[in-house]
Write a protein that binds this ligand. Structure first.
Ligand SMILES: NC(=O)c1ccc[n+]([C@@H]2O[C@H](COP(=O)([O-])OP(=O)(O)OC[C@H]3O[C@@H](n4cnc5c(N)ncnc54)[C@H](OP(=O)(O)O)[C@@H]3O)[C@@H](O)[C@H]2O)c1
Length: 270
C-alpha cells in the first residue's frame, strides 16, 4: 500500500502547535521533499513557521478557522484546491478539548460542547466530503491520495472528565474505519493516528497542563514513533499505551468492517 513517502503535497489542518506542527516539520524533512501546507487560526504562528522553515518554498501556510458554517468551509476548501491542484494528502489535526462533570449538570456548557463537536468531528466530516471529489479524481488517474485523521486513545476508552471530547474522538475513529474500507477502491488511503496523552497546548484552556505534563509523552517521542509507522502500510497507528488498548479492544475490527462491507454488498446484489 502507498504510504507517506508517496505524498507530494500535504495540507495539515491544525498545525500551528502540538502534534500537527511537529508532524508537519517531520513530513517536510522527508527525503521525498513534499510540499507541506500548515494551517490554523493563528496568523503569527503560521508566519513564524514559514519564516523559520520555509526557505526553499516547500512550506506554505493557509489561515483557516474550521469552526464555521458549511458554505464558508466549502469555499475555503475549494480555494485551497484551486491554489494547490497537486494536493494529494490532508491531515486533520485541529482539535479542542473541554472538561465536563455531568454529576453537576448546572456546570455543563452546551455551547462549548457544540463547538467542541464541530471542531473535532463535524467540521472534519464536512472537509473530508469537500476534499473527496479532488482526491478521488487524482486517485482514479493513478496517483495515490491520502486522508490522515487523528483520533485518540480516548476513542477506545472514554475519559469521563472529557466525555464529549471522547465521544467526538470515537466518532472520528468509527468514520475513519468506514472511509478506509469504502475509499480503498478509489485509491484514496485513509490512515488514523491514535495518540496517547502527548505534550501540546490542548489542555491549556482547562488549566491542567502542568499536572498532565508530569505524565504525558514528550512531543519528540510521539513524532518519532508516529513517523516510523507512517512509512509502513498501517491504516491505524496506535502510539504508546494506546497500542495496548488497541490490542485489547480493537484488534481485528478493521478486517471485520471490511468483511461486513463485502457481506452487505453481496446481500444487496442478490
Ligand atoms: N495532546 C494530546 O494528548 C492528544 C491526544 C490524543 C489526540 N490528540 C489530538 O491531536 C490533535 C492535535 O491536538 P494537540 O494536542 O496538538 O493540541 P494543540 O497544541 O492545542 O493543537 C491544536 C491545533 O488545532 C488548531 N485548531 C483548534 N481549533 C481550530 C479551529 N477552529 N480552526 C482551525 N484550527 C484549529 C490549533 O490552531 P489555532 O489555535 O492556531 O487555530 C492548533 O494548531 C487534536 O485533534 C487532538 O484532539 C491530542
Amino acid at each position: 500500500m502507498p504510504n507517506i513517502n508517496d505524498v507530494k503535497c500535504m495540507l495539515i489542518i491544525g498545525s500551528t502547535s502540538g502534534l500537527g506542527r511537529a508532524l508537519a516539520l517531520s513530513i517536510l524533512d522527508l527525503p521525498s521533499k513534499p510540499t507541506v501546507i500548515v494551517c490554523g487560526r493563528r496568523q503569527e504562528r503560521l508566519d513564524e513557521l514559514v519564516s523559520s522553515h520555509g526557505a526553499d518554498g516547500r512550506l506554505r501556510a493557509v489561515k483557516l478557522d474550521v469552526n464555521t458554517d458549511r458554505q464558508t468551509l466549502k469555499a475555503a476548501i475549494d480555494d485551497i484546491i484551486r491554489t494547490y491542484p497537486d494536493l494529494d494528502a490532508v491531515m486533520f489535526s485541529s482539535g479542542v478539548q473541554c472538561g465536563s462533570d455531568f454529576s453537576k449538570p448546572e456546570t455543563i456548557d452546551l455551547d462549548g460542547f457544540l463547538t467542541e463537536i464541530h471542531t473535532n468531528y463535524t467540521s472534519v466530516l464536512m472537509m473530508i466530503t469537500f476534499f473527496l471529489p479532488h482526491l478521488i479524481s487524482l486517485g482514479e488517474s493513478g496517483l495515490p491520495t491520502f486522508l490522515y485523521t487523528i483520533s485518540s486513545g480516548l476513542a477506545i476508552m472514554p475519559s469521563p472528565s472529557v466525555a464529549n471530547y471522547s465521544a467526538a474522538k470515537a466518532a472520528i475513529h468509527s468514520l475513519s474505519m468506514a472511509l478506509n474500507v469504502q475509499l480503498k477502491e478509489k485509491n484514496v488511503h485513509v490512515v488514523e493516528i491514535l495518540p496517547p496523552l502527548v505534550e501540546s497546548e490542548l489542555h491549556d484552556g482547562q488549566g491542567t497542563t502542568e499536572k498532565l505534563s508530569k505524565v504525558w509523552m514528550p512531543l519528540t517521542e510521539f513524532t518519532k514513533l508516529t513517523m516510523e509507522q507512517l512509512i509502513t502500510d498501517a491504516a491505524q497507528i496506535s502510539i504508546g499505551m494506546v497500542a495496548h488498548l488497541y490490542q485489547q479492544h480493537e484488534a481485528g475490527r478493521m478486517e471485520a468492517t471490511n468483511k461486513f462491507f463485502e457481506f452487505q454488498k453481496a446481500q444487496i446484489n442478490q
